[in-house]
Write a protein that binds this ligand. Sequence first.
Ligand code: HEM
Ligand code: HEM
Length: 125
Amino acid sequence: MQGVARNFFTLAIVYALCGMALGLHMSISQDHSQMPVHAHTMVAGWLMSAVFAFFYHLFPVARDKMLAKVHFWLTAVSGIGLLVGLFFLLGGNAAIEPVVAISSMGFYAAMFLFAFIALPTVWKS
Ligand code: HEM
Ligand code: HEM
């Protein structure tokens, strides 16, 4: 695995470790108030980043494009902003809501960019 594929795989592992630690904390404390953060860290973080990693591993043509790097950084920055922001929002810090809103839109834009990169790649191959 190389380049953007390896970056996404590393990001996926970091999400899995953080999300599962939060899941264990929720279980032990019996306080499930951070459940949306745990759920999104696991599925939108670990699972989606792993799918992106294996996509770029299977299609080196897409991996080597400049747009793939933009896709990685937009996904990483907006995803972390979304999850960390949501953690504090659910903790009672309402002032952080704009960060969560902007990050959500960034995360959607990153998925849109992935559609733009991935669909032509799979249809051409
Ligand atoms: C150390 C392992 C894990 C622990 C201790 C754990 C713990 C929890 C807990 C306590 C909840 C809240 C349940 C509720 O309030 O109804 C939850 C929900 C959830 N977990 Fe985990 N979890 C773990 C691993 C995972 C993994 C590996 C995934 C996915 C890859 C995952 C995905 C989810 C999802 C999607 C929800 C939300 C379910 C719903 O909408 O009701 N979790 N987890
Ligand atoms: C733009 C990004 C996203 C936004 C703004 C968003 C927003 C939301 C909202 C508002 C809920 C309901 C939470 C509740 O009722 O407590 C939810 C639930 C959920 N979302 Fe997302 N979502 C996003 C991306 C994703 C992605 C990419 C996935 C999966 C790959 C996903 C998986 C889930 C799951 C499993 C639940 C149910 C667990 C829960 O209640 O937290 N979401 N999401």
